[in-house]
Write a protein that binds this ligand. Structure first.
Ligand SMILES: [Zn+2]
Length: 230
């Protein structure tokens, strides 16, 4: 134990661990984020209000039990820093950490308590190859761990296909390459309350496309949760 700490100290001296949000040196008991940044993250408190802005944005588009985002995304703010780290700087453990924080904070909230399983929005296969991981799945990993709920990765898939030249698309060349979400076995998720998660919600179009792909599940219920709302 002593030896392990010694090596850790030595390693920390060469590569001091820094806070992912503010670049300050971390103390040994801190992980990914310093204590100040952990407190400072701009919470939405949406878990306290059923009809919060994320929930309202889905009204008339898809029937949901709950919908929420944990943090506010502000340009130049800490949340943007963090998202940049886990999207472009090869920091999957940061996404796991944030998912775990969210789960620990919202464990008693209806949106986390009443669900049966968690499904992340699948990443475009080419992007996932490039990045090496799907950040939504990493957030889901931390969330699933904190909530003690299963994370289901093998059901919802993203497929890329090229459409043959149809009349509709002759005039719109850009939409010839499309990716669609498909569900492997709708019966396997029968009567489950599914929490669909992603890193950020803006218009909600991607989340809506995922939800539409899952409408064949018999007697299922759906909720949506994202790390941030832009
Ligand atoms: Zn910090």
């Amino acid at each position: 134990m002593k030896l392990k700490l010694y090596w850790q100290d030595l390693l920390d001296l060469v590569y001091p661990p820094l806070c992912m949000a503010c670049d300050q040196r971390l103390f040994r008991e801190e992980d990914q984020l310093c204590l100040a940044c952990s407190f400072d993250l701009p919470r939405t408190d949406f878990e306290k209000f059923l009809e919060n802005p994320v929930y309202r944005s889905f009204i008339g588009r898809f029937p949901l039990e709950y919908a929420a985002a944990w943090l506010h995304f502000e340009k130049g703010g800490k949340v943007q820093n963090l998202m940049h780290q886990f999207k472009y700087k090869d920091q999957p453990q940061l996404a796991v950490h944030l998912g775990r924080m969210l789960g620990e904070e919202w464990r008693e909230a209806s949106i986390c308590k009443n669900i049966d399983l968690i499904i992340p929005v699948p990443l475009h296969p080419r992007k996932q190859r490039k990045r090496g991981y799907n950040q939504a799945a990493k957030i889901g990993e931390g969330l699933a761990e904190a909530l003690d709920k299963p994370l289901v990765l093998d059901q919802l898939k993203r497929q890329v296909y090229r459409r043959s030249q149809t009349r509709e698309h002759r005039f719109n060349r850009w939409s010839q390459v499309k990716s669609v979400f498909v569900l492997e076995k709708p019966e396997a998720l029968k009567a489950k309350h599914i929490l669909l998660i992603d890193d950020v919600v803006t218009t909600g179009a991607t989340l809506e496309a995922c939800l539409q792909a899952m409408t064949d599940i018999p007697e299922a219920k759906f909720s949506v949760l994202t790390l941030a709302r832009a």
